[in-house]
Design a protein around this ligand. Sequence first.
Ligand code: NAP
Length: 258
Amino acid sequence: MFTSNKPIKDWSDRHVWIIGASEGIGLALGQALKLQQARLSVSARNENRLKDEFSGKARILPMDVSSTENVAHVMDLLIQEGTVPDTVFWLPAVYHPGGVLSLDPEATLKRLNINLVSAFNLFPRIVRYWTKHPLTNKQYHWSWFSSLAAYRGLPNASDYGASRSAISHLAQSSHLELKRYNIDVSLISPGFVNTRLTQKNEFKMPLLMSPERAAQLTIKGLKSGKFETHFPKRLSILFKFLNIIPIDLYLKIMRLLK
Ligand SMILES: NC(=O)c1ccc[n+]([C@@H]2O[C@H](COP(=O)([O-])OP(=O)(O)OC[C@H]3O[C@@H](n4cnc5c(N)ncnc54)[C@H](OP(=O)(O)O)[C@@H]3O)[C@@H](O)[C@H]2O)c1
């Protein structure tokens, strides 16, 4: 089987930065990686939530990823201290259910700013630093959280689905560009996970899993060295199949299901 990244089997020599660690999958991932002895830094907007969950266990770096000043300040601080992490998980996302006809342009732009534009706020700063400070004993690693919703258009996915597709594309292009600098890039594509994000959905979500399970599957995926970790398999394999059939057939099937 082909692999694209160096498998991460030991977290005890990693300094992991989880962006979006105050809730949901990021929170569960932080707790799981702490048990695996990773050195942790955690970020999100809600400082109190970060303190409640990670005081004494992680470096707490409150940060709004959509604020250029805020991100630049945190990054400058880490560079000055020489504490820039070697591994980053990128999870920030907000979601508002509804179709394209119900979109409020102003609110949509704000969501897209967090879900997509902000990625370009921190990512270039970190990778530029990483390329100037190469590691000899291991690879740097950036892991993007996207979604199975990224593969093909889904009804009512609107701005959220579009942002996930863009993140998946960015994951692939950045992987290709950064490999030569000893920087690994991976992509995590979950199905439905029970967090405040999906609690807004009124429809029945197939194979809904806990954030703790999603965190375990993420860690297992990085251990395999594969570029993409997708789960749960019963759903993700169906999505992968739907992704390779002709687009007009896909659209016909989706219209019939609607
Ligand atoms: N839940 C699912 O079913 C599911 C499925 C597929 C993919 N995913 C992906 O998994 C990732 C995590 O989702 P989740 O379900 O765990 O969501 P969540 O429970 O709502 O957690 C999102 C995290 O992002 C942080 N965040 C949001 N806006 C931010 C900002 N402007 N600056 C800094 N941090 C910010 C939140 O913290 P603050 O509010 O404190 O800032 C929170 O810690 C997302 O990328 C999502 O697309 C989730």
